[in-house]
Design a protein around this ligand. Sequence first.
Ligand code: BTN
Length: 267
Amino acid sequence: AGLEFGLGAPYEIEYHDRIASTNERARELAAEGADGIAVVADEQTGGRGRLDREWVAPSGGVWLSLAIRPDVPPARAPLFTLAAAVATADACREAGVDAHIKWPNDVLVGGLGGETDGDADGDAPGASGGRGGRKVAGILTEMEGEADRVSWLVAGIGVNANIDPGALPADATSLQEVLGEPVDRRRFAATLLERFAALAGTSDRMDRILPAWRERASTLGRRVRVDTPNGPVTGTAVDVEPPGALVIETDDGTRRVHAGDCEHLRD
Ligand code: BTN
C-alpha cells in the first residue's frame, strides 16, 4: 500500500497492510524486549483510542506505534506522550498543515482565535470546523512500569492522513482534506519519528519537551472545560506542569488536572 519504509528513520519499522491494532502488536514486541521499533499499518481493524474508545482507522492513515524501553522513572512517562504530540504537530506543519495541540495530546486543525464563535466561517452553528477545530491526530500511550523505572512504553500515534472525511467522525478531518491532495505518508512518518527521537531519544534532552509542547499548544490562555474522572473543571488554562498536568484557574482557585477530555470554550 505504499507505506513501507526503509528510510533512514531512527527506529526499526515493522510494516503491516492491515492489523487489528498497532498498539497491541507494539505491546507484544515491547514485552518481549524490543526497544526502538515502530509498528506501522495502512489499516487497522480494531484501532483503540483514549478512554477505551474505538479509533476509526481505515486504509490511508498513518497508524503507528513506537515501542521503547526508556530508562526513566514512571513519573516521567507522560512526557513521551507530549513528545509524540509535538512530533506529530511538526510533521503536519512540514506537510503544510498548520496544526496545533489541544491538551493533552490531540492534534487539531483550525478553530483558533477569531473563529471561536463557531460560525464565522459560514458553518452552521455547532458544525465541526467551528470553535473547537477538527482533530487530525491522536495519541494513545500505554506502559508497564516498576516502582522506579518504566519497563516498556508504547506511544501509539494515529494520523488521519489520506482519508476521505466521510469515513471519519464528524469532528475529525484528514491531512488530505485540508491540503486538497494526498500527503507522502513515508515522508510524514519519517519526519515524525525523527522529531520524536530528537526530543525524547535521550533522557538528558527531555527537559525540552514541555517548552516545545507549550509553543505548539492552543489550550494555554483559553477558557476550557475538562471532564475529569472526578467531574468537570472549568476555568482558564494557564500552564502545563511536569509531567503533563493542566493547570486551570477556576472561580474556586487553582486546579491541576491529570486526565480527561478538554474542550476549548468560547473566549
Ligand atoms: C485518541 O483517542 O485520541 C488516541 C488515538 C490513538 C490511535 C492510534 S492509531 C495507532 C495506535 N494503534 C491503536 O490502536 N491506537 C493508536
